[in-house]
Design a protein around this ligand. Structure first.
Ligand code: GLN
Length: 310
């Protein structure tokens, strides 16, 4: 990308151009607190390898990361337990089903979740972190604070309670997994960690900073290693194959940037060796991805040739 003001103006124009898409989507209401989000919001931040940050639209808006945290906890679990243990409990394949689907758990054998980016897989991953729920949440937060360089990041208590109260489908997934010996111990404790990690809150600027660490093979902009590059490599592969739920294939073709979305409307995107990108647009399409956020990334990718499939 070129000079500062050019990119800044470009982002501004792309937000203005794509904001109309927000009216075509719907905010998630199955977690009542998320239903309060303003559907017309659209914002983006891009951070380059020098640490320059470019933002436009509603980039000051805080939102909960939701499924975006699945990437972070996966990396933490691999760092703490090793790749072998993690992938004994969760697979590496896309599902083609919605993120909260239970169907493949029963039809595949053994019934371990197909990948760590769907709810069942993410619950299996948090079950592998050792310690009390508080200790586990603290370690997730510590990693996120390191990646963002923002010590104030925490979870949103109202969203957490809302998820906890209405999380019966996730509860069902977790009990199913325990019945089949994929997870062990207290389901409620694993879910507490899962719901709290989902409720971690930040702005697109923080998301762009997290993205930059992934884009920079696990190092911050000063070159300090936060995550081993071998672990980051796994995360990026999952972002490509499963990061946008059952829309990952189309997204790879249209946008081609490793990304992970959440039902809060956020998207974490990573252009390896170049940019960390954060997007917010709470109005979702029928797959649960930010409808205007995807359009915005599609434009950005095509203007600056950001696809990794060149
Ligand atoms: N916490 C949310 C849930 O389990 C995360 C889902 C998502 O972002 N797709 O329903």
């Amino acid at each position: 990308m070129e000079g500062r003001s050019k990119l800044q103006n470009q982002l501004q124009q792309l937000v203005e151009k794509n904001r109309r898409w927000t009216s075509k989507g719907k905010v998630a209401t199955y977690i009542p607190e998320l239903g309060k989000a303003d559907p017309s919001i659209l914002g983006i931040s891009v951070m380059d390898m020098h640490g320059n940050l470019y933002s436009a639209g509603d980039y000051k808006q805080k939102f909960t990361l939701q499924s975006i945290t699945k990437v972070i906890t996966l990396m933490l679990a691999i760092m703490e337990r090793g790749m072998e243990v993690v992938f004994e409990h969760v697979g590496m394949e896309p599902t083609g089903d919605p993120f909260n689907s239970i169907v493949k758990l029963e039809t595949t054998s053994p019934s371990k979740p197909l990948n760590p980016m769907i709810n069942a897989g993410a619950i299996a991953v948090v079950s592998l972190l050792e310690g009390t729920p508080d200790e586990r949440v603290e370690r997730i937060l510590r990693l996120i604070r390191q990646m963002t360089g923002n010590p104030n990041i925490t979870y949103n208590g109202r969203v957490y309670h809302s998820e906890h109260q209405t999380g019966d489908l996730n509860r069902a997934l977790a009990f199913f997994l325990r019945n089949h010996g994929v997870i062990h111990g207290s389901v409620e404790e694993h879910l507490e960690v899962y719901f709290k990690q989902s409720s971690i809150e930040m702005t697109t600027e923080d998301v762009a900073r997290m993205g930059l660490v992934i884009a920079n093979e696990g190092k911050d902009i000063m070159g300090k290693e936060i995550i081993p590059s071998s672990v980051v490599k796994i995360a990026k592969a999952f972002m490509v194959t499963c990061g946008m739920y059952n829309a990952s294939g189309e997204f790879a073709i249209r946008v081609g940037i490793p990304s992970k979305s959440g039902v809060g409307g956020g998207i974490l995107s990573v252009v390896p060796g170049k940019y960390g990108i954060g997007v917010i647009g709470p109005a979702l399409d029928d797959k649960g991805n930010s409808i205007a956020g995807i359009k915005l990334l599609e434009d950005l990718s095509s203007i600056y040739h950001l696809t990794i499939f060149n």
